[in-house]
Design a protein around this ligand. Sequence first.
Ligand code: NDP
Length: 478
Amino acid sequence: MIKNYINGALVEPVSDEYFDNYDPSTGKAYEIVPDSDERDIKLAVKAGEKASPMWSTTPAEERSKMMMRIASLIQRDLGEIARAECVDNGKPLSLAKSIDIPRAIRNFEFFASAVHGFASESHSMEDRAINYTLRNPIGVVGAISPWNLPLYLFTWKIAPALITGNCVVAKPSEITPVTANLLSELCIEAGLPKGVLNIVHGYGQKVGRAISAHPAIKAITFTGGTKTGADIAGIAAPMFKKLSLELGGKNPNIIFADCKYDEMLETTIRSSFQNQGEICLCGSRIFVEKSIYKKFKDDFVSRTKKLKVGDPLESKTDQGAIVSKQHLERILSYIELAKKEGGKILFGGRQVHLEGRCKNGWFIEPTVIEGLPYNCRTNREEIFGPVVTLIPFEAEDEVLKMANSTEYGLASIIWTENLSLAHRVAAKIQTGIVWVNCWMVRDLRTPFGGMKSSGVGREGGMDALRFFTEPRNICVKL
Ligand code: NDP
């Protein structure tokens, strides 16, 4: 049974109400989730405020050791946690084992060591004065995360907040709460002082909003949809809270004819369909230079046909279940929209009905669509599923115009062996992250985040440590 983690203990929600949590591969409810509300958030904030004087003055070295202890406990239980993530989210077990949970471990380890290189600035005014900048923890901060990479993104927020001396009130997605609950248990085992981390489960409308609105929470880090981000900003901005918003995307994947073809094809299969296309960084609009369009289309479709949609627990499965029935229906409705807008389905487009254990699960074919105008709704709105569109182009300016034509600006992918072309396009493309001849290669020291409606602020490396601290400049006359 999932419980809230408040003031160092696993507790029931004040409401004493719970709702069902589903296994998307079977469509069956298998767990219950606390239906918490602002009363639980109040308790969590109170616990954070009480722990704050102690945690904020604990030497960084000690905080770092605690993070490493938590990381090693996740490592110890990797198999069990990966299985839990797979069942809760529908992603293939192989992916949870090789990417999601190792990255959660890495998040703690990375920030535990990054803090040692986190220096504050000093500005000398010759013989007149010296300035130095102190970076103190903010106090109690909020973290709200989505369902697509549950523990991976939850820890990406929690680890930098904790290492900089803040106490945290965090809410995982109510659709995928299980691994956050396992993390609560590991934090207790690791001996994390009570109140330092508080995890409150429940609906965004109740728990998420209560985090946004609580006056004692001075900073919020959020990853999720653009509309939700706007809602949070609408509440938090007039209260002058610090905000880091990592939002949606509609990422272009631009393929020039001179690219290393085989490598591009393999990576493009991944960047289109990994995690059922439920990664904010997936390249959902594939722009292909006209001279190789036909060849690419044939090869890409034939490679897509080979992807095995199946039971996420099976090792041969490439594509697991869609996270919820509601999301499955949303993706299918976008496929219908694509048809109405004149799109031709080259492959996929339908729900998959499996046999046996997963017969009532929520599966969908990887879907490839062509023939749509670059500026139609299908090509502008985020689908967040295994659906890509193919769009031919002839000239560099033309593809840049099309790639930059959405409200989003999260990530892009460029395939070419022409160095100056790669640099030119990378400089003009309006996304916070640009990958050239690769995808999802991540150095945790780099600034991560989106432009335009894809977000505000950057996370990762020093950007995250700066976000979670309040700079104070001290000027001393000499
Ligand atoms: P949502 O925006 O629906 O939800 C994200 C989190 O916010 C959940 O915990 C949710 O709770 C909570 N929430 C919902 N409504 C509110 C509210 N009014 N106030 C405060 N919190 C609220 O996103 P999804 O979970 O559907 O995730 C998919 C989205 O996340 C996609 O748009 C994707 O692009 C984006 N994303 C962005 C990434 C990035 O780095 N830029 C990375 C990964 C995903 P509940 O689950 O209860 O609704």
